[in-house]
Design a protein around this ligand. Structure first.
Ligand code: AMP
Ligand code: MG
Length: 516
């Protein structure tokens, strides 16, 4: 296939769905395999994101023929017939250990499509279109190349929910499923999620060529990445160092936003770290319910290596692994180290800003001081942890506490602190002292801002599990409802109170294995 021109629609295809080019092959044969996917038998288009479709200027399928064309393309069935899809090779550190070669074991890159929505595209003109679960690749190792319905639903919903929360993330275009049986702990069925990102390059791509001593290939990969993702770094005397700095700077705000929305990735291996600094590869992720800084949703992570509180330190560790991989090109170990050490400050700036916004604190307030605010934030986190208060509710309801300082706090807020009511009252008194001097109008405005920083709805574990249970019985209405509501996570939506509530006591622990 030609590299730079858009592929015309397949001859005989019922409906041209999406024009794509395959740019990655330009890098050379050692970076990818062209073995086609197997696709899915009798694929069914189950869920699609209108927002993600708009990003590519894709018309939504309105009638059965169009839906069939989508299902054929986004199941991998069309790519099974034309030899255009590729899978890429990468390596990685998993749970702190070198894992050697991994690669796209169940992902196929269909190509790249031009973005058509500047607001969503964030300056990236071309977006890779990748299907996950369409069958084995040369990098599958012992895996079957498949993804089960439950993990595909979670990835679809969370990708789009994170985008709506303002967290940098790969996107999900649609989910196609099938009756094809897939063996996990029990027999399940297969699904394919189509993901969109300007690039699916991971730290592990660079580690693969660096650890193999293939510095020429490493240089080509750096040049490609700089040209595609960070063109400003091309003018640097040391592009590999400039690239590292860019990735450090891009990763810091993403991790700070994870912390602020209470997202725990669960598997922060270097092969799951995006060169864009975006959230990638939704596996056993979770959102905080009752606050526990040591929470990890991943049952295989018995040491809590990737727990909520450890995510910033792990991000730095992973950036060091990337720096190590780039060192043969950077040439200056101290400079590489310094570039990674910038992470701490960049993260703290974002984290301070994020937590201040959540608590309704502004740098230009009469009683503002960064020191005071940091103490207030730390004591708030300690209070939430001591009371195992619900992360999302405790923050969301705080807006009302700030807006009406004379009124008693909402009962639902107070209930979060049943274990330590006096401690909560003392902390609240300090928050009010910090906000002293704001008039009623300023308080109302502050409360509105807080509602834009503290979501009402996140993809709580129990909600995802309920929707998955129904979908397995063929009823996708709960999945569609979650997708619709999580599109506007900061807006209270009538009739959706159940989606804003903490999990019921019998919901079970919000944990999962890596099986997907
Ligand atoms: P993950 O933990 O999902 O990030 O995956 C780690 C590695 O295992 C990646 O190289 C994946 O492509 C691969 N992998 C995970 N599940 C499968 C599967 N069912 N079949 C083939 N490869 C897989
Ligand atoms: Mg992965």
């Amino acid at each position: 296939m030609s590299v730079d021109t858009l592929t015309p629609p397949q001859a005989g295809a019922a409906q041209p769905v999406l024009a794509m080019r395959q740019d990655f092959v330009r890098l050379g044969a050692e970076f990818h395999s062209t073995s086609p996917p197997q696709g899915l038998p009798q694929p069914r288009l189950r869920v699609l994101s209108a927002d993600a479709a708009a990003l590519l200027g894709l018309a939504l399928p309105q009638h059965d023929d169009a839906r069939r064309s989508w299902a054929e393309l986004f199941s991998g069935n069309q790519a099974a017939r034309d030899a255009s899809a590729i899978s890429t090779v990468y390596a990685g550190h998993q749970f702190g250990n070198w894992a050697g070669q991994l690669g796209d074991g169940r992902a196929h890159l269909l190509g790249e499509a031009r973005s058509r929505d500047a607001r969503q595209a964030m300056g990236h003109a071309w977006w890779e279109v990748q299907i996950k679960g369409a069958g084995p690749t040369p990098f599958s190792r012992r895996g079957d190349g498949r993804a089960v319905l439950r993990s595909s639903i979670r990835e679809f919903l969370c990708s789009e929910a994170m985008h709506a929360l303002g967290v940098p993330t790969t996107r999900a275009l649609c989910l196609v499923d099938s009756e094809l049986p897939v063996r996990r702990e029990s027999l399940e069925t297969a699904a394919v999620v189509t993901r969109l990102s300007p690039s699916f390059l991971r730290f592990g791509h660079f580690e693969h060529f660096s650890h193999g001593g293939r510095h020429d290939a490493l240089r080509r990969l750096v040049d490609y990445t700089v040209a595609r993702l960070y063109p400003a770094a091309a003018d640097s005397a040391n592009p590999a160092l400039a690239l590292l700095r860019e990735v450090v700077a891009a990763t810091a705000p993403t991790i700070a936003r994870w912390q602020c929305v209470g997202f725990v990735h669960g598997v922060m291996n270097t092969d799951n770290m995006s060169m864009l600094g975006w959230t990638i590869d939704y596996g056993p992720f979770g959102f905080l319910d009752a606050f526990d800084p040591g929470y990890t949703p991943n049952t295989t992570d018995s040491w809590g290596r990737y727990a909520w509180a450890r995510q910033p330190a792990v991000a730095r560790w992973n950036l060091l692994a990337l720096a190590q991989a780039l060192l043969p090109l950077i040439g200056d170990e101290q400079a590489a180290r310094d570039a990674v050490e910038d992470f701490a400050d960049a993260f703290m700036v974002e984290m301070d800003r994020g937590m201040q916004a959540k608590l309704g604190l502004r740098a230009d307030d009469p009683a503002a001081s960064l020191e005071t605010d940091r103490d207030l934030v730390q004591d708030w986190l300690d209070l939430l942890a001591a009371c195992r208060a619900d992360w999302t509710l405790s923050h969301r309801l705080l807006a009302r506490v700030v807006e009406l300082p004379e009124a008693p706090p909402p009962v639902q807020w107070l209930r979060q602190f049943d274990a330590w009511p006096q401690r909560a009252a003392d902390w609240l008194a300090r928050l009010r002292a910090r906000q002293h001097g704001l008039d009623a109008a300023a308080r109302a405005e502050r409360a509105r801002d807080m509602l834009r920083s503290n979501p009402c709805y996140v993809l709580r574990h129990h909600l995802g599990q309920q929707a998955i249970a129904q979908a397995r019985d063929g009823d996708f209405s709960a999945v569609l409802r979650l997708h619709r509501v999580l599109r506007m996570p900061f807006d209270e939506q009538p009739g959706c109170e159940d989606l804003a509530a903490a999990p019921p006591p019998d919901a079970g622990p919000p944990v999962l294995s890596c099986s997907s």
